[in-house]
Design a protein around this ligand. Structure first.
Ligand code: ATP
Ligand code: MG
Length: 197
């Protein structure tokens, strides 16, 4: 699609949850984006250093299950296909090289904003993409670092994190509506997060 307005919503999605879907859909509508790509990180280098991450193909399958029935939300596996550590700047460069008419908006929760200066080639990335920031319970909304073209998109705050979902599943506790049913089925089918015990 030439001239497409794309949202780039990157994450580990370990696992994807309802907060992710609400954010993606709300930003898509608010900014009139054609699609929001849920970009599944292959090796989230900042997280891999801190502990084990579920295999990328499993996380990707969960995202595929999650977006079924959400028009305009599209799973993106290019960081997995590229292999190695995942840098958003590489993904943005690739998307623009394929179609210079694309307009990219990077979507991040408030917790991510203070980390942006640690991202690879931050300056270059800030030139390539606009930034859409959404509120996240527990994280103060701080201004974007210098150089970013940022807007804040109002969202209904949802106090959900993958960490909480993993913790509950590993403890054998129900996750209620934190995770869509289709994702839960996929989690069980793959025996992820100790659901096979
Ligand atoms: P973890 O607890 O493992 O860090 P997470 O829930 O933060 O998982 P990530 O995959 O780390 O999920 O986040 C991907 C993106 O989604 C980030 O930009 C993050 O800020 C955003 N995000 C995740 N959950 C929410 C939420 N409940 N509200 C707003 N933004 C969210
Ligand atoms: Mg996170």
């Amino acid at each position: 699609m030439a001239g497409t307005r794309l949202g780039l919503f990157g994450g580990t999605f370990d696992p994807v949850h309802r907060g992710h879907l609400e954010v993606a859909q709300t930003v898509r509508r608010a900014l009139g984006l054609d699609q929001v790509l849920l970009v599944v990180a292959n090796e989230p280098w900042q997280k891999v250093a801190r502990g084990a991450v579920t295999p990328a193909e499993d996380r990707y399958a969960l995202v595929e299950a999650a977006v079924a029935g959400w028009p305009g939300l599209v799973p993106c596996r290019r960081e997995i296909d590229r292999g190695g550590p995942s840098y958003t700047v590489d993904t943005a460069e690739e998307l623009l090289a394929e179609d210079r008419g694309r307009e990219l908006t990077l979507v991040v929760g408030a917790d991510v904003v203070p980390d942006l200066p640690t991202w690879r080639d931050e300056r270059r990335l800030a030139e390539l993409v606009a930034l859409a920031v959404v509120d996240r319970p527990g994280s103060p909304l701080v201004p974007a670092p210098p150089g970013w073209r940022a807007v804040v998109v109002p969202v209904t705050p949802l106090d959900i994190s993958s960490t909480e979902v993993r913790t509950r599943l590993e403890a054998g506790e129900p996750v209620g509506d934190l995770v869509p049913e289709a994702v839960m089925r996929c989690i069980r089918a793959r025996g992820l997060y100790a659901t096979r015990r």
